[in-house]
Ligand binder design. Structure first.
Ligand SMILES: Nc1ncnc2c1ncn2[C@@H]1O[C@H](COP(=O)(O)OP(=O)(O)O)[C@@H](O)[C@H]1O
Ligand SMILES: [Mg+2]
Length: 449
C-alpha cells in the first residue's frame, strides 16, 4: 500500500509505529479498495444507472439527445403524436440515448407517460407484440372478457381505456430492432401504430431503433406514407471520444485517497502511455462497439490485484489482445488427432482441386491412403471417421461448398464441402501444437508438386 500511504502526514507517520493504528489504516484502505471495486463494477455493467450515462451521452450526442427529448416532451406536454427512427451501428448508444432522454423528460419514475418497449428479436409476430403491449400497460384484466374484431380495434381499445381508467397523458412505444417488425405479416402492428400517430386520437410517440440504414425502405407503401420520415442518426465515436469514454467509464468518485490516486493514474495511462494508446487504437479499428470496450475494461480491471491496486498498462494491453484473439487456433488446439488428420487431408484436397470443393468420400480415401503409407498411425473405421468429420462441420471449420447445397436431399457423405480456413493458418497453427504426432506433422508439410 506504499502508494496510498503518501497522504499520511509525517506526524501520523510516527504514530504509525504504533501497530494498532497501522492496522486501522490498512483496514481503512482495504475498505476504500472494496468501494472502488464496487463503483467500477457499476460503471461497467451493461445497463448502468442513468445518472452515470447522462454526462457521457450529453457530451457525445448533444444534438441527437435534444431531438429525442423534444419529441418526447411535445408528446407529453402538448399532447402531440410523433414518430421517429433512431439509426446507428450496433453498440454506439442508441438505447442509451432514448433511455437518457426519457429520464430527462419524465423523471426517473416516468410520471405523465407510459413506456412500452418491444424488441423485434423477442416479439416475433404481431399477436405476441400485442399481448406484450397489454401486459406492459397492465390492462390484462380489462381485455380478458372481450373479443375484438381486428387488431386495430384491440389496440385502440387499449389506448382509450388507458386514458379513461388511468388518466395517462401519453404513451411512448419504443421498438428495438425495428427492421424485424417490418417482416411481420402485413406489417399490421406498424401500420396501426403509425395510423394512431396520424389520427391524433390520443398522444402517442413511436420510436423505432435500428441498425439498418435502409429501414424505411422496408416499410410497405401504406405504412411508409404514415411514417413521419424523421430519422435521428448516431455515428460511431472517433478515437478521441472512444478514449475519453473509456476514461469516463474507469473514473470513480474521488472521495478517498485511493480513488483520487486511481483517477489520476487512469487518466495518465489512457492519454500518455504508448502501449495503451496503441492497444485502444487497434480495438477501435476493429470495432467501435461500446459493449466490447466495456467488456475489455472489465477484463483489465478484474486483473488488478489487492497488493498492487493500480491499473497497469499490461493489464489493458492483454485485455485488448484477448478481445482481438482469433478463435480458430484455439478451436484447432481442441481437436483430436483424427480430426487434425482430416483437416490435413482437406488442406491437400483444396490444393489439388484448386479450391473446387470435395465430398466426404474423397476426404476419407485420402485419409485411408495416408494410414496405409504410415503403418504406425491407427486407422479408424469409416463411421468413426464420419463422426469426426461431422463434428468439424458442426464447428464450421468445414462448410457446404455453396449455400444452395445445404438444404439439398443429397446424403451428407456426398455433399460438396470446402475447408473454411486458410491453409497457411492451418499449417502455422499445427506447428504450434505441443503433442501432435510426427507423422501428421510430416504429412502437413508435404507439398504436392
Ligand atoms: N456515451 C456513452 N458513454 C458510455 N457508455 C455508453 C455510452 N453510450 C452507450 N454506452 C454503453 O455502451 C453499451 C452499448 O450501448 P447501447 O445503448 O446498448 O447501444 P445500442 O443500443 O446502439 O446497441 C451499453 O452498455 C451502454 O451503457
Ligand atoms: Mg440497443
Amino acid at each position: 500500500y506504499h502508494v496510498l500511504l503518501i497522504d499520511i502526514t509525517e506526524a501520523t507517520y510516527i504514530n504509525c509505529l504504533n501497530s494498532n493504528f497501522l492496522k486501522m489504516v490498512v483496514s481503512n484502505i482495504k475498505q476504500q479498495i472494496v468501494g472502488l471495486q464496487q463503483e467500477l463494477r457499476t460503471n461497467l455493467q451493461h445497463c448502468p444507472p442513468l445518472h452515470l450515462l447522462l454526462e457521457c451521452v450529453m457530451r457525445q450526442y448533444p444534438e441527437q439527445l435534444q431531438r429525442v427529448e423534444e419529441l418526447l416532451s411535445r408528446a407529453v406536454q402538448l399532447g402531440e403524436s410523433n414518430s421517429a427512427l433512431i439509426v446507428g451501428p450496433r453498440g454506439v448508444g442508441k438505447t442509451a440515448v432514448w433511455r437518457v432522454a426519457m429520464s430527462q423528460v419524465l423523471g426517473d419514475d416516468h410520471e405523465g407517460a407510459v413506456l412500452v418497449t418491444l424488441n423485434g428479436l423477442v416479439h416475433t409476430d404481431d399477436s405476441l407484440a400485442l399481448r406484450e403491449i397489454t401486459r406492459q400497460l397492465r390492462l390484462e384484466q380489462s381485455v380478458a372478457m372481450k373479443t375484438f374484431k381486428c387488431f386495430a380495434d384491440n389496440l385502440s381499445f387499449l389506448l382509450s381505456s388507458l386514458q379513461s381508467e388511468k388518466q395517462v397523458k401519453a404513451v411512448v412505444f419504443v421498438l428495438e430492432e425495428f427492421d424485424l417488425f417490418c417482416h411481420h405479416r402485413n406489417q399490421t402492428l406498424l401500420y396501426n401504430l403509425f395510423d394512431i400517430v396520424q389520427s391524433t386520437k390520443s398522444p402517442v410517440c413511436v420510436l423505432g431503433v435500428t441498425c439498418r440504414l435502409d429501414a424505411v425502405e422496408l416499410l410497405e407503401k401504406r405504412v411508409r406514407s404514415r411514417f413521419s420520415h424523421r430519422q435521428i442518426s448516431l455515428y460511431p465515436p472517433k478515437l478521441d471520444d472512444y478514449t475519453s469514454i473509456a476514461q469516463h467509464l474507469l473514473t470513480v468518485n474521488a472521495n478517498h485517497a485511493v480513488c483520487k490516486q486511481w483517477n489520476i493514474d487512469v487518466e495518465e495511462l489512457l492519454n500518455e502511455d504508448k502501449n495503451v494508446k496503441e492497444a485502444l487504437r487497434q480495438l477501435h479499428c476493429v470495432t467501435k462497439d461500446l459493449t466490447t470496450l466495456k467488456q475489455m475494461l472489465l477484463v483489465a480491471v478484474s486483473a488488478v490485484k489487492e497488493s498492487e491496486p493500480l491499473l497497469q498498462d499490461s493489464q489493458i494491453t492483454s485485455a485488448v489482445d484477448l478481445m482481438l484473439a482469433d478463435a480458430t487456433p484455439k478451436l484447432i488446439q481442441g481437436l483430436s488427432a483424427l480430426q487434425l488428420a482430416l483437416l490435413i487431408a482437406m488442406m491437400h484436397l483444396t490444393v489439388i482441386y484448386e479450391g473446387q470443393g470435395f465430398t466426404f468420400e474423397l476426404v476419407f480415401s485420402e485419409y485411408i491412403k495416408f494410414t496405409r503409407r504410415r503403418s504406425s498411425v491407427q486407422a479408424f473405421e469409416r463411421p468413426v471417421v464420419f463422426k469426426a468429420f461431422d463434428q468439424l462441420r458442426c464447428v464450421e471449420l468445414v462448410t457446404p461448398f455453396d449455400s444452395s447445397n445445404c438444404r439439398s436431399t443429397v446424403q451428407k457423405e456426398y455433399q460438396m464441402v470446402k475447408l473454411q480456413l486458410p491453409c497457411q493458418l492451418l499449417k502455422s497453427t499445427l506447428s504450434t501444437l505441443p503433442n501432435i504426432p510426427t507423422d501428421l506433422m510430416q504429412w502437413a508439410a508435404f507439398t504436392y508438386a
